[in-house]
Design a protein around this ligand. Structure first.
Ligand code: XMP
Length: 338
């Protein structure tokens, strides 16, 4: 639509005026905000933008390939993909305290990003996908003001000696405007309307010690859950059973939930397969409905859907033999398990 077209033209002109012929770096997380910022800045300055994507092994299944396909292949954005899986797994070995895990992941992310950024010696600007609610939030907390670097996006402070200036082209936009902008810039709708994903990623969805094996099992279980939520639409029968409103019939269960994911439990239970006994891990499924993520209800998903997800996980993911569904509200439970 032409209103968005006008907005893009203005934003592009503003970015060009601001950076001139300077080079810009941006930490691409795969999240909506950094992705839309990258697409917009690339529209404005093309090859003057270099994105750095850190793969720590705690992302959704195939997330790294998806990011490279979308940005490098389809949009022609310069993206440096850093494979830091071993670094992260090494630092996380033996650590099971949730807050310590968060700290380690955040710190390691900053270190990897900084090391990569330092190689791009021509860069004068650090771009970030800061949006209006982040500006309000950091001002409200009386932090270092509006230019505070978003800590939960994990792109922490850069060394002073790099003297990078901040470029934040989404600072005046609300989340829904950022999404519309992303679609107008050519990002796939299903990417732009994804459920939120926490900065520490699967690190806080693998309870206890994080291992690469647990991460790989969890990625596959999670992908099956999300696949089925996307593939299943609410039926008249679901509405009649009170699981959704009449107006929601025909929408996918992915769109009818605010956030959904699997959690890896460091617990083994006994199962049977063929003639043999199995002794393998349990995953929990979590799906919530919320408007602000401060409070949330557990999603009343249809039993058939939950059954299908459970069967597929147990049949397709060797190493998992039991699936449970989390029926806790927030409060008192939080959305994430750690
Ligand atoms: P909780 O678990 O606190 O989650 O009910 C509320 C929302 O915040 C997300 N979340 C995080 N996001 N870094 C993030 O970027 C984090 O450490 C983190 N912890 C929770 C969570 O996914 C949910 O959307």
């Amino acid at each position: 639509d032409w209103v968005m077209g006008d907005y893009i033209a203005e934003a592009v002109a503003a970015i060009r005026a601001q950076v001139g012929s300077d080079d810009v770096i941006l930490g691409l997380s795969g999240g909506v905000d950094s992705s839309v910022a990258a697409a917009l800045i690339h529209r404005a300055i093309g090859d003057q933008l270099t994105c750095v994507f850190v793969d720590h092994g705690l992302l959704r299944l195939n997330e790294g390939d998806m990011v490279m396909d979308m940005f490098a292949r389809n949009l022609g954005v310069k993206v440096i993909r850093v494979d830091a899986v071993d670094d992260f797994m090494g630092k996380l070995a033996g650590v099971s305290d949730p807050e310590q895990k968060r700290k380690i992941i955040g710190k390691e992310f900053v270190e990897v990003f900084q090391a990569e950024s330092k190689k791009l010696t021509s860069a004068k600007w650090l771009a970030q996908g800061t949006i209006y609610p982040d500006v309000i939030e950091s001002a409200g907390k009386g932090k270092k003001g509006a230019h505070t670097i978003k800590s939960h996006h994990n792109v922490g402070g850069l060394p002073e000696d790099m003297h990078l200036k901040l470029l934040e082209p989404l600072r005046e936009l609300f989340k829904d405007e950022v999404r519309e902008l992303g679609v107008a810039l050519g990002l796939p709708r299903e990417m732009v309307y994804r459920h939120p994903f926490p900065g520490p990623g699967l690190g806080v969805r693998i309870l206890g010690e994080v291992t690469q094996k647990a991460a790989q099992l969890l990625q596959r279980a999670d992908a099956i859950f999300i696949d089925e939520l996307r593939a299943t639409v609410a039926s008249e029968r679901d509405a009649a059973a009170g699981l959704c409103a009449e107006a929601d019939v025909g929408k996918t269960w992915y769109d009818l939930t605010s956030q959904a994911f699997a959690v890896f439990l460091p617990v083994k239970s006994v199962g049977v397969m063929g003639d043999g006994r199995t002794y393998e891990n349990v995953v929990a499924l979590r799906a919530v409905v919320t408007s602000d993520f401060m409070t949330a209800h557990w999603a009343h998903l249809p039993y058939e859907l939950l059954g299908r997800v459970s069967n597929r996980i147990i049949n397709e993911v060797r190493g998992l033999n039991r699936v449970v569904y989390d029926v806790s509200g927030k409060p008192p439970a939080t959305i994430e398990w750690e």
